[in-house]
Structures are given as structure tokens and as C-alpha cells.
Ligand binder design. Structure first.
Ligand SMILES: NC(=O)c1ccc[n+]([C@@H]2O[C@H](COP(=O)([O-])OP(=O)(O)OC[C@H]3O[C@@H](n4cnc5c(N)ncnc54)[C@H](OP(=O)(O)O)[C@@H]3O)[C@@H](O)[C@H]2O)c1
Length: 347
């Protein structure tokens, strides 16, 4: 490929098929799953209608699973990892985008069957991309990333189920993680009384600043209890699954709802039907990679409108070079990351 392209938003960078950039590349060799950081060039990228000069990606639990190989995320080899990306359009064959547009991609097939955001440049199908809301810079868009978008979808699910601030306290589990932190901030900003569940007492002050009114320990929710427990929650956002999700469901008030999006503790759920048939509790599945474009646009519009002004500063996302991705992946699967990590994909 011998194309001459010029980034308009960046202004100066001219790129062609030989332009080199780093990428996190997964492949199979002798039946084994391998991941390495390698130097690539534009000519190696797959065909897709939008070429993006990627500025940032982010670190999510799912990225941790893909980079470490602890989870089967990749469904087509070889693959460039990274489920999120934000950058500037360099070239577009789509009517939806033009050179210079600031775009983001969250989930969809990125890092599964389409090459993802851990790459200095990427060719991306236009149906995966949306414009970055004006309120956010590219790094802020990635500080939010899949985590913030998922939290927003959980909140929208609770609203759809008519869980209102007056319905009672809303519990957020895995509150110190990426999804949990945004769920706490969004719900508190919308006027809900948020009870944060965390295994780390040392982050109580951080969660209080995000808007948590009080705390329930991870250990308390981890203890298995009867099918119907004392009704405490108007609703819940669960990022951890397993016994903790079962406890939240069994402690939810009549007519309440629990948005389940994660499995940081377990992908299993053993629960009685009693909360559903006696208390009318709703369990809401939440998937961020899959929603249609209309829902993605609605979610990002809500984030631009409803994320409290100080939330990003309080979550204090750190920007890390992509060269550290292997250590960072180990940290997130071990549950040692607080808040959000933005990945500078050019370094
Ligand atoms: N459905 C979707 O579309 C979607 C989208 C994004 C993420 N997810 C899932 O949501 C979950 C959270 O993602 P994330 O990016 O927020 O990850 P994260 O930043 O690593 O946060 C996970 C949090 O869960 C808690 N935790 C970790 N291990 C635990 C354990 N064994 N038992 C109980 N709690 C534990 C910790 O919170 P504390 O330290 O505060 O206790 C940790 O900070 C993951 O399972 C991820 O795969 C799903």
C-alpha cells in the first residue's frame, strides 16, 4: 500500500503505508496463545472504511484477561488487542465520518473479531465508531471508556425499571473498580443515595468523594444468606457476580431492580426465585459491547450530560504508556487497580 494521508486534526503528521507504530498483537503458535508488543506499519492493518490515528485506549478487566490469556476474549487470530479506542479520523470511505473527526470505539467486536485499540493506528468499521461528545477530550473519553459507558447503561436500565432516588438506597458492588467508580459518581449525581460495597477500606474516602453516602463491606455481602433477606436496596449495580450478586438480589426491596454487568468474583449465580416472584425484583442484564448505535449514542449523550463535573478529576485516571501493558494487565486481573487507567498507545 502506498498511500499518502494527512491527519487534519493533528495538523502535521503525514502517514503512508510504511508508517510504523506499536501494537499489542495476539497470535497462536504451536497451539499456544501468545501476546507481544510489536512494531507494525499501516500496510499490515486490515481493510475497513475508517483509518483512525489512535491517541488513547484504556485498561479494562476484559483487556486484562486478553493480555494475560486468562480469558478467551480473542475469537479470530491474529488479533490486535484493546477493546476501546479514541483518536482522529485520517481517512474515511464512510459518509458518517470525515478526516479530522474525533471518534471513539467501545467494545463491539474490538479485540474479539476486529483489530482493537492497542495500536498507534487502526482501520475500523464505521458502524463501530461514534463521534466523541464535545464535552470530552480524547483522553477523557478513554478514562470513561467501556467502564463508564457500562455504568451508564446500568443506570439507564435502573431508570427504565423505574428505580428512582425515592425508591431507596442503591448498592454498587466492586465500587472501587472502573465500572463501580463511574456507577457511584453517576448515581450520586442523579440524586440517589449510594451505598458502596468494596473490599478495600482504604478507598472509602475516594468513594465518599465520588458520592458514596455509606458502605457495606464486601465480606458482609459475600456471606451466603437465606433466599429472602431483610429488604435494604431500592436497586443495585453489580460488577462482581457470584454470592455477592445473590445477596444483593435477596436484599432488594419490592419492585426494585439489579443491573448485573460483571463477574470479577464469579460468573456463577445461585439464587432462589423468591425475590423475583415475591418481591417483583428484576435482574437486568447489561452488555456494553453489543448495543446498537442508537443506544451507544444515547449512552454517550447521557454521560456528557450527567457525569458530575468533578467525577473525572476524582477518579483521577492515570495515563500509562502501552509499553507497561503486561504489568497493568496482571494488576487488573488481580483486582489491584483503583479507578481507571488510560493507555497512551504511541508510547
Ligand atoms: N457487561 C459488560 O458489558 C461489561 C463491561 C465492562 C466490564 N464488565 C465486567 O465488569 C467487571 C468489572 O470491570 P472493571 O473494568 O470495573 O474491573 P476492575 O476495575 O478490575 O474492578 C473490579 C472490582 O471488583 C472488585 N473485585 C475484584 N475481585 C473481587 C472478588 N474476588 N470478589 C469481590 N469483588 C472483587 C474490586 O472492587 P473493590 O476493591 O472495590 O472491592 C475491583 O476493583 C468485570 O467482571 C468486567 O469483565 C462487563
Amino acid at each position: 500500500m502506498d498511500e499518502k494521508l494527512t491527519t487534519q486534526a493533528g495538523g502535521t503528521a503525514a502517514v503512508d503505508g510504511t508508517t510504523k507504530f506499536p501494537a499489542i498483537y495476539a497470535y497462536q503458535a504451536d497451539g499456544a496463545y501468545r501476546v507481544e508488543r510489536r512494531e507494525m506499519n499501516l500496510a499490515e492493518l486490515p481493510d475497513a472504511d475508517v483509518l483512525v490515528d489512535v491517541a488513547y485506549s484504556s485498561l479494562n478487566y476484559k483487556d486484562g484477561l486478553a493480555v494475560t490469556g486468562l480469558g478467551k476474549i480473542v475469537r479470530k487470530f491474529p488479533m490486535v488487542l484493546g477493546i476501546d479506542l479514541a483518536g482522529t479520523v485520517v481517512e474515511s470511505r464512510s459518509d458518517l465520518f470525515k478526516p479530522g473527526d474525533r471518534v471513539l470505539g467501545i467494545g463491539q467486536s474490538l479485540s474479539e473479531t476486529s483489530w482493537g485499540g492497542y495500536s498507534g493506528y487502526q482501520r475500523v468499521r464505521s458502524d463501530i465508531l461514534i463521534l466523541v461528545p464535545e464535552r470530552f477530550s480524547l483522553s477523557e473519553a478513554m478514562a470513561i471508556g467501556t467502564a463508564g459507558f457500562t455504568a451508564m447503561l446500568c443506570v439507564m436500565g435502573l431508570e427504565h425499571q423505574e428505580v428512582r432516588p425515592e425508591s431507596g438506597p442503591v448498592v454498587v458492588t466492586g465500587a472501587g473498580g472502573g465500572v463501580g467508580s463511574f456507577a457511584v459518581a453517576l448515581l450520586a449525581g442523579l440524586g440517589y443515595e449510594v451505598v458502596a460495597s468494596t473490599g478495600r477500606t482504604e478507598i472509602h474516602e475516594y468513594l465518599r468523594q465520588l458520592g458514596a453516602a455509606s458502605f457495606v463491606s464486601r465480606a458482609e455481602l459475600e456471606a451466603a444468606g437465606p433466599a429472602l433477606q431483610s429488604a435494604r436496596w431500592g436497586g443495585g449495580v453489580d460488577t462482581v457476580g457470584g454470592t455477592i450478586l445473590a445477596s444483593v438480589i435477596s436484599q432488594t426491596r419490592y419492585g426494585g431492580a439489579v443491573a448485573a454487568c460483571g463477574m470479577a468474583a464469579s460468573s456463577e449465580l445461585h439464587v432462589s426465585v423468591f425475590p423475583f416472584i415475591l418481591r417483583n425484583v428484576a435482574l437486568l442484564g447489561t452488555s456494553s459491547p453489543a448495543p446498537p448505535r442508537s443506544k451507544r449514542l444515547a449512552g454517550w449523550e447521557r454521560l456528557a450530560r450527567d457525569l458530575p463535573a468533578d467525577a473525572l478529576a476524582r477518579i483521577a485516571p492515570r495515563i500509562e504508556p502501552m509499553s507497561r501493558i503486561f504489568e497493568l494487565a496482571d494488576e487488573i486481573v488481580a483486582g489491584r487497580i483503583q479507578g481507571r487507567v488510560v493507555i497512551d498507545v504511541k508510547s
